[in-house]
Structures are given as structure tokens and as C-alpha cells.
Design a binder for this molecule. Structure first.
Ligand SMILES: [Mg+2]
Length: 267
């Protein structure tokens, strides 16, 4: 309906490249009706530019408009984010899509249909971490459902101190792991990640039976990329494409929005 010159996804030859020109080649090699495509989208650094603080972040109006049009045409969309679910919903309004928040610890399929898993910490572990973070200037701790995020985007010189603090926290919290994102060290229970969320959504309508395409910008998205690839789909990395299993990349959030817009048929 609005894809251009596409062939079956199984015929795609994915090549590692950060080139926008080559990403157009991915588009050209797809010949999918919208009802066969499932897009799994990260938010920060993917749909929205990274900002000095998470509360400053906005998904551009044009990007949300493109996503709404994709959804209206039959593409299945879902957001996979490290943010709490309520924040993701707010950032995407008026778009209403299934959301995995807190890296999948929260999963909202539709209005009134959501699940939440709880990760337990030893008593005092979170308070111990809060106290440690308080010793690091311009570093702050965000408590999320089933996760703790140490943000250091305003203090990049503190990265090694943050890493050391996170390592000591893990000694107190067996069953938890550290994932490094953009200027954030995130601590969460082992086995909770975007790949699990993607697989879970892919077993449900409207995603089941579709071709999954995962799009994200940092380490926390690699689990979703791996899951999409294992299910026969593909992945796109936004930004520098080092150490990624995604075979495709675009330069930044603007380039991705342009590419998503190119999926739409002209009015
Ligand atoms: Mg991101």
C-alpha cells in the first residue's frame, strides 16, 4: 500500500552499515503489506533526542504523527523502553500502543490489560545505593518499577565512580545485573530485558505472525535486536553502530523519523 519496491524479508541481504543510503535499501528490499509488519521501538535516543535530564525529553510531534499514520494503516507498533510505563505513555500521546516499560518489568497490552513483575532486593540495598549516589556530585538515582537507574549524563567524569558503585551494589544484590545505557548505569533483575518483552508481545495479537523489526540506540536494545533476529526479523541501530547485532543503522533520531516517514504512502 505504501511500501516501495519491496521483496520478501527472507530475501533481504543485510549488510552492516551506518549509511542512510543503505538503510533505504532495506526499505526497498521489503515487500510487506502493513498488516505483516511489527515495529518495536525504543524511545529515548530512538524516537526522542537525548536531553540533559529525562524529564526534558519529548518525542517530536512529526514523529508521533508518522507513527499514528503507520498504525492507522495496519502496522503493529509497540514501545520498548527502560522508562516506567506511565512515562512512555505520556511521551507518545495521543498514540496508544502496547508498551513494555522498565525493560519489560511492566507490560501494557491495551487499556485495562497489563502485567507487572516484581524484583525483590535485599533489605537496605536500595537505601545503600541511594546513599552512595548522594556522594557523587551531579549524579542521581532513579527508582523504577523493578529497576534502579544511576544517571550521570550531567557528570560524565563520574563514570568510573558510578561503575564502581554499581559493582559494589551487585555484591549485595544477587540475581541482579548491570546494563550500561547512554550516560546511565541501570540495575535490574537478571532475565528482565527488552528481548523477553518482544518475544512476549510477538505471541499476542496483533503481533503474532508478523515480521518483527526492532529499532533502538543503545546496549539495552541489543536484547530486543537479538530476539527479533531469532524470530526471523531484523534490527536497526540508531547512532554509532559499534558492538551491535543490528545489521542496519541510521545516524540519529531525525534520520530514523525520515525513514519511518518514507514507509508511508503519499497522501
Ligand atoms: Mg534508548
Amino acid at each position: 500500500m505504501y511500501y516501495k519496491n519491496m521483496s520478501e524479508p527472507s530475501a533481504c541481504t543485510f549488510v552492516a552499515t551506518p549509511s542512510g543510503k543503505r538503510i533505504t535499501a532495506l526499505l526497498c528490499r521489503l515487500r510487506l503489506p502493513p498488516e505483516r509488519l511489527a515495529l518495536f521501538l525504543d524511545v529515548d535516543g530512538t524516537l526522542a533526542p537525548i536531553t540533559a535530564r529525562p524529564e526534558f525529553t519529548r518525542v517530536p510531534v512529526d514523529t508521533r504523527r508518522i507513527l499514528r499514520r503507520l498504525q492507522a494503516s495496519g502496522v503493529a507498533l509497540a514501545a520498548l523502553s527502560g522508562r516506567p510505563l506511565v512515562q512512555v505513555r505520556r511521551l507518545l500521546l495521543p498514540l496508544d500502543v502496547p508498551i513494555a516499560g522498565s525493560h519489560g518489568a511492566q507490560l501494557r497490552f491495551s487499556a485495562g490489560r497489563s502485567i507487572r513483575s516484581t524484583a525483590h532486593l535485599p533489605p537496605g540495598a536500595a537505601a545503600w545505593l541511594q546513599n552512595g549516589v548522594a556522594q557523587l556530585p551531579d549524579v542521581w538515582l532513579e527508582r523504577k518499577p523493578s529497576a534502579l537507574a544511576i544517571h550521570w549524563r550531567q557528570a560524565p567524569h563520574m563514570q568510573s565512580e558510578v561503575a564502581a558503585l554499581a559493582a559494589r551494589f551487585l555484591e549485595r544484590a544477587p540475581g541482579w545485573q548491570l546494563i550500561c545505557g547512554h550516560c546511565v548505569h541501570e540495575l535490574r533483575a537478571v532475565g528482565r530485558h527488552k528481548g523477553v518483552a518482544l518475544r512476549r508481545l510477538m505471541r499476542q495479537a496483533p503481533f503474532a505472525g508478523r515480521w518483527p523489526l526492532a529499532i533502538g540506540d543503545d546496549r539495552t536494545d541489543e536484547d530486543a535486536f537479538a530476539a527479533a533476529l531469532e524470530l526471523g526479523g531484523a534490527a536497526i541501530r540508531v547512532g554509532p553502530a559499534a558492538n551491535t547485532c543490528a545489521a542496519w543503522a541510521v545516524a540519529d533520531t531525525t534520520a530514523l523519523a525520515r525513514w519511518l516517514g518514507a514507509l508511508l504512502a503519499p497522501d
